[in-house]
Ligand binder design. Structure first.
Ligand SMILES: [Zn+2]
Length: 391
């Protein structure tokens, strides 16, 4: 064997270079440090000017030698530092990594994989393609659902949405609900909750069938699709984010279209419930509801809200993710633009019996997984059915 051949064999036994790729929808991750010798890398969310919090990261890592230990450090604001990161071998099914070690402004994971190429993310991603796939599979079930385009965004992306609009019966008012996710782009868990709910509504469960045959239902999987697709955080973007845009003159076409859709159902006397799906702060270990301050609710709305929370507690409280006993209020002390938060707008622009709230599903727990979120969404569907059965 020549010296040259020996050198080649020797080199082939050393590890391939680790490579980070973010060139796909939702991709985010700027390499701060990459040490091929120690197999360690540090990344931070890719910055995008004026698009809000830099807390979302999602990248493909290749060059992995199966079984080797890789040290991944993520540098971010605290919202971008999950205890368990998301990992996928096919960019479709996501599991959690072992817990990372938090330090000030960073979290470090020691990781081993049995594949050369894997995907890592803040949590299970849910992109425009996932929204379209959810809508397609629901429509194909022939359970009365149709797809529609809620709006086209500033960057000319469609905002895909799903609706059930069962035939009206003479003299009978239908009930109506509007649910939406991702007014804050980084909160991907909220779209998985919505997906679980939609799959339940479209299921063989007789209660799901009863719900969809008597209720006008709209679900928007991703409101801020522009930032979701470029991998930006969205929250607190310029001039303000989607959930501070619910005024008489919204900046975002998706918000304007949602207001129009809600108003139409409300004016028809066919609207009952609005739920805005979000993910909260890292230390919120149990999901909870945000509501408009109690002193701004009419007695009837307060009563209906109490009934809704009791129905929600029955189903969501029984889930692994559970439900916090107390609701939180977002009033004047919460944010200067509190009046322009979606549920506040709904309360101020709908009939007195309509309930409007935000559901914040915890993301920093062992149950904050694709399956955990979807189970939570199924429970949400059951709670909605129970609530709407009440007179
Ligand atoms: Zn949010």
């Amino acid at each position: 064997m020549s010296t040259y051949a020996a050198l080649c064999i020797c080199l082939s036994l050393t590890s391939a270079d680790l490579t980070v790729n973010t060139d796909f929808p939702g991709g985010s991750g700027t390499v701060v440090l990459l040490d091929q010798a120690t197999r360690s890398l540090t990344i931070q969310p890719t910055p995008h000017k004026d698009t809000g919090w830099e807390c979302w990261w999602y990248f493909q890592l290749s060059g992995v030698t199966p079984g080797e230990e890789i040290t991944l450090t993520v540098k971010s604001m605290v919202f971008g530092l999950p205890r368990w990161a998301g990992v996928s071998y096919d960019n479709k099914t996501w599991k959690q990594t072992p817990p990372g070690k938090a330090d000030k402004g960073t979290v470090t994971y020691k990781l081993k994989f049995d594949q050369e190429k894997i995907w890592l993310a803040w949590g299970p991603p849910f992109q425009k393609s996932d929204a379209e796939e959810l809508i397609e599979r629901t429509v194909k079930k022939n359970v009365g659902a149709t797809k529609f385009e809620l709006a086209r965004t500033k960057f000319d992306r469609p905002v895909p949405a799903l609706r059930w609009d069962p035939p009206a019966k003479e003299g009978v008012k239908r009930r109506g609900i509007w649910l939406q996710s991702r007014q804050h782009a980084w909160e991907s868990g909220s779209s998985w909750v919505g997906a679980g709910m939609v799959d339940w509504i479209a299921s063989d469960d007789p209660e799901a069938k009863a719900l969809r045959e008597t209720t006008r239902i709209v679900y928007v999987p991703i409101m801020d699709i522009d930032n979701v697709e470029i991998g930006a955080g969205g929250k607190d973007q310029k001039p303000h984010d989607h959930n501070r845009d619910w005024s008489a003159e919204p900046v975002f076409t998706a918000v304007a279209a949602a207001q129009k859709g809600i108003s139409e159902m409300n004016e028809a006397g066919e609207f009952n419930l609005f739920i805005d799906l979000h993910n909260p702060a890292p230390d919120d270990s149990k999901p909870f509801f945000y509501a408009v301050p109690a002193n701004l609710l009419s007695p009837e709305r307060a009563k209906k809200q109490g009934e809704w929370l009791a129905a929600a507690e029955k189903f969501l409280g029984a889930e692994k993710l559970s439900l916090a006993k107390d609701i939180k209020e977002s009033g004047p002390g919460y944010h200067p633009l509190w009046r322009q938060i979606s549920k506040t707008w709904v309360v101020h622009n709908t009939r007195d019996h309509v309930v409007a709230c935000t559901l914040e599903t915890s993301w920093n727990t062992p149950n904050s997984t694709q399956e955990g979120y979807q189970a939570y969404g199924r429970a949400l569907g059951k709670a909605i059915h129970l609530y709407l059965q009440q007179p």
